[in-house]
Write a protein that binds this ligand. Structure first.
Ligand SMILES: [Zn+2]
Length: 136
């Protein structure tokens, strides 16, 4: 195994650890939005935008609960559980906007990015992070 791959794997381990911590903080920050079963699983580079989105969702549709926010094929996916009514149009617009711009935000550092591959993993990352982790 080359030194480059070893370095990339080590950095990814830190990335996953930091991402889990950031997602935990987001869920703790919006207890009404996520309830007991909601889950956030995104890279730390998306923590800021996702926090902003959560704040917006809580304002737009206080009766809606988010069941999951995650990365799928390098893009943001949001699943919500209407309890008593449908989401407000502003909430749907906010979700669509974040989903559509997510593939331009580095999951690792938040810089401008594009979707790439690292082995079987589809990851959205910037040129610097792609070089660091060995994504192409
Ligand atoms: Zn990056």
């Amino acid at each position: 195994m080359s030194e480059r791959v070893t370095k990339g794997d080590a950095i990814l381990a830190h990335y996953h650890h930091a991402s889990r911590s950031a997602c935990g903080i987001i869920m703790e920050s919006f207890p009404d939005l996520f309830g007991d079963d909601g889950d956030v699983s995104v890279g730390i580079g998306w923590a800021g935008p996702v926090s902003t989105l959560c704040a917006a969702l809580q304002v737009y549709s206080p009766e809606i609960q988010v069941s999951q926010i995650k990365t799928k094929f390098g893009s943001l996916r949001i699943y919500y559980a209407p309890r008593t009514k449908l989401p407000e149009p502003e909430m749907l617009t906010a979700i669509r906007e974040f989903e559509s711009i997510s593939h331009e935000i580095c999951e690792l550092c938040g810089a401008n990015a594009k979707t790439r591959r690292r082995n079987m993993w589809v990851v959205t990352c910037c040129d610097v992070c792609a070089d660091t982790i060995g994504a192409t």
